[in-house]
Design a binder for this molecule. Structure first.
Ligand code: FES
Length: 91
């Protein structure tokens, strides 16, 4: 049963309402929204939610989506062998 909330980030259960509330408080930097709500930090690494959040940001701030910079990609803290990533095995 739905509670009426629209989930934007399925990995971290972040809703449209949470994102819009932050923007209404003046948080319009995607990096800051990412840090506060953990969007883009789930297993999909934002493949699903970042484009949606950019759309919400564009709509709420009157900017074009192309004008909003994407969040920075961060490399792993320590090197990871490709076969670990591809195979999903433990080191
Ligand atoms: S849906 Fe947001 S990180 Fe996966």
């Amino acid at each position: 049963m739905s509670d009426g909330k629209v989930i934007v980030c399925r990995c971290n259960d972040v809703t449209v309402e949470e994102i819009e509330a932050l923007i209404d408080k003046g948080v319009t930097d995607i990096e800051e929204i990412k840090r506060l709500l953990r969007i883009g930090m789930g297993p999909c690494q934002g493949r699903t939610c970042i484009p949606i959040v950019l759309g919400i940001l564009a709509r709420k701030t009157g900017r074009r989506q192309e004008e909003i910079p994407l969040p920075r990609a961060r490399v792993p803290i320590r090197p990871v062998r490709v076969e670990v990533i591809v195979g999903g095995t433990n080191e």
